[in-house]
Design a protein around this ligand. Structure first.
Ligand code: SAM
Ligand code: DTB
Ligand code: SF4
Length: 379
């Protein structure tokens, strides 16, 4: 029997590893169908949010993340740059806005910002916001005071990734712990900002680690509003430069499972698109990715040309999500209508799936049940 996802997805925070692994183990078509069904309950399937990245402080980072071009522990040939002047940041933000980005993400190669850096980054937030863009920053660890200063300046999102599963983590980073990352996320939430938190695939992790990463994200007290799934960009000079490639289908599966576990989040198809063909990216959108980085540069590596992204969007009939039309209002109204319609016709689906059930309403049968092949979408 094939999976028949016909129940309204509920937002849960109590997933088990077994459930997550069961989703990964579904036949590819069943998994994508289920992910796309959940996606349509919460999001417009033909809109993708676009953000542009800028590295505001580059290289010489004291952390030892084994994937990163900016770690001072490896010789990657990257040219270091000091904290950028606010005016320069604004010039780039204006360009990004003119090119159609709705969010501007500023990243710094820091373990955490120093107190003397804070007035500059606070000013950047205020001024970029004044251009009418959403703002995001990723500056390393934040204590609660720093998180509050950024929130007070109007920062919309803070990006801080878990990167991988707790079990694989020590093989990738030794200079900061998983708990440090969780503490920063808690400080960001406490300060009232939205969270952008995901990870990287292709770090030599196992399938269980990919499930473990998503399990951590999905069982956070509140799901991140944005979940970036990066494919490792291999950087010469880093310990992961020669790691084996991840099977592209495993990447797509991870996007699909993230979509099912965190139905309301924007799942971001992040780093690594340079290595993906159009078909692979289209599969990621079908699996529920609805956000990308747009602009020819990520932080220190290349991203697809904006003209190729525009072409891809046109081929797929995708339009950029404009500010103010976020998943929230439009899609929740659509989800509500869909749920009402579904209630009217649910008995037909149940009858079709169980030939022994006659034309009674599903409610008389003891309520709408998820299909046995469809790991729990409802409580
Ligand atoms: N230094 C800050 C930190 O690590 O918290 C912010 C910048 S850091 C570059 C942001 C994220 O980019 C990392 O957590 C990682 O998930 C991702 N990243 C960095 N290098 C990458 C690479 N080579 N390939 C894919 N993702 C990468
Ligand atoms: C995230 O998860 N991916 C972005 C953003 N958050 C800051 C960074 C990707 C970096 C890719 C490697 C580089 O360009 O240095
Ligand atoms: Fe530094 Fe961030 Fe790179 Fe780690 S990922 S080395 S913290 S810039």
């Amino acid at each position: 029997m094939t999976a028949q996802p016909h129940t309204q997805a509920a937002t849960r925070h109590d997933w088990t590893l077994e459930e997550v692994q069961a989703l990964f183990a579904l036949p590819f078509n069943d998994l994508l169908f289920q992910a796309q069904t959940v996606h349509r309950q919460f999001h417009d399937p033909n809109r993708v949010q676009i953000s542009t990245l800028l590295s505001i402080k580059t290289g010489a980072c004291p952390e030892d993340c084994k994937y990163c071009s900016q770690s001072g522990h490896y010789n990657t040939g990257l040219e270091k740059e000091k904290l950028m002047a606010v005016e320069q940041v604004l010039t780039q933000a204006r360009e990004a806005k003119a090119a159609g980005a709705s969010r501007f993400c500023m990243g710094a190669a820091w373990r955490s910002p120093r107190e003397k850096d804070m007035p500059y980054v606070v000013d950047m937030v205020k001024q970029v916001k004044a251009l009418g863009m959403e703002t995001c920053m990723t500056l390393g660890m934040l204590d609660s005071g720093q998180a509050q200063q950024l929130a007070d300046a109007g920062l919309d999102y803070y990006n801080h990734n878990l990167d991988t599963s707790p079990e694989h983590y020590n093989a990738i980073i030794s200079t900061r712990s998983y708990q440090d990352r969780l503490d920063t996320l808690a400080n960001v939430r406490e300060a009232g900002m939205k969270i952008c938190c995901g990870g990287i695939l292709g770090l030599g992790e196992s399938a269980r680690d990919r499930a473990g990463l998503l399990l951590q994200l999905a069982n956070l007290p509140q799901h991140p509003e944005s979940v970036p799934i990066n494919m490792l960009v291999k950087i010469e000079g880093t310990p992961l430069a020669e790691v084996e490639d991840l099977d592209p289908f495993d990447f797509v599966r991870t996007i699909a499972v993230a979509r099912i576990l965190m139905p309301e989040a924007a799942v971001r198809l992040s780093a690594g698109r340079e290595e993906m063909n159009e078909q692979m990216q289209a599969l990621c959108f079908l699996a529920g990715a609805n956000s990308i980085f747009y602009g020819e540069r990520l932080l220190t590596t290349n991203n697809p040309e904006t003209s190729s992204d525009r072409q891809l969007f046109a081929k797929l009939g995708i339009e950029p999500l404009e500010l103010g039309t976020a998943a929230s209002d439009e899609a929740s109204e659509a989800a509500l209508l869909q749920a009402v319609e579904h209630e009217k016709t649910a008995h037909l689906f149940v009858d079709a799936a169980r030939s022994s059930v006659r034309h009674g309403s599903a409610r008389e049968e003891g309520g709408l049940q998820p299909h046995k092949d469809c790991p729990k979408l409802t409580h």
